[in-house]
Design a protein around this ligand. Structure first.
Ligand code: SAM
Length: 197
């Protein structure tokens, strides 16, 4: 059990990352969203306590954990690396942050319906730039990039009007036209969208 005062973990990324094992901390600078970006994105995605946010490719749960503390919404992460899900859910359970959870699985089998907000940190990128891969544990290929991206675009189009979307470091040139770009921040890396039709 982590016994420190809970908000102490959010003082800086380095302090937050200290919750995790060393191999996870080493991935943080490149692969996990910084806390100042999470704060802006989470407040946009979860304006009230009915908000249900999904992080597609959740890693060790940094976005879900911090988002659940910056807002009153609930945050679920889908993640294909089992060790990340195990590490993240252990910390969630130790901290008692029950509005955050991680689910083990591949996004290709995942249905976004029921969620009011979607977060996407360019999670499929490692399929087209192998040097950006987090580890060698999963299959990667340009074909998988196309398959995952198509699944994402199809699901985005099927979401109800009013769905909120936050993208970070996104390579995709096309967010469907039915999403209006409302705001961008952090040198345009974070983009906030709402589905209009
Ligand atoms: C750049 S990290 C982002 C982590 C987290 N969203 C954050 O912002 O801190 C992308 C994550 O997506 C996961 N991922 C990539 N493709 C996936 C897929 N098809 N299904 C589930 N998870 C996936 C990777 O394993 C990795 O942990």
């Amino acid at each position: 059990m982590h016994s420190d005062i809970e908000h102490d973990y959010f003082v800086s990324d380095v302090v937050f990352d200290s919750l995790y094992p060393i191999y996870v901390r080493e991935l943080s600078e490149i692969h996990w969203t910084p806390l100042n970006v999470i704060k802006v994105a989470a407040k946009f995605l979860a304006p009230d306590d009915k908000s249900k946010v999904i992080d597609i490719g959740a890693g060790v749960g940094k976005f879900c954990i911090a988002g659940s503390q910056y807002t009153k919404g609930s945050f679920t992460g889908i993640e294909q690396r089992k060790n990340f899900v195990r590490v993240g859910n252990k910390i969630i359970s130790e901290l008692g942050y029950y509005r955050a959870s991680l689910v083990y699985g591949n996004f290709i089998d995942f249905d976004l319906s029921g969620y009011t907000g979607i977060y996407f940190f360019n999670s499929f990128h490692e399929n087209i730039v192998p040097s950006d891969s987090l580890d060698q544990k999963i299959e990667r290929s340009p074909e998988l990039y196309t398959t995952y991206t198509q699944h994402l675009l199809t699901q985005l189009k099927a979401m109800p009007i009013g769905t909120r979307l936050a993208t970070y470091w996104l390579d995709l040139t096309e967010i469907p036209a039915c999403y209006r770009l409302c705001w961008s921040q952090f040198d345009n890396l974070l983009k906030l969208w709402v589905k209009e039709y």
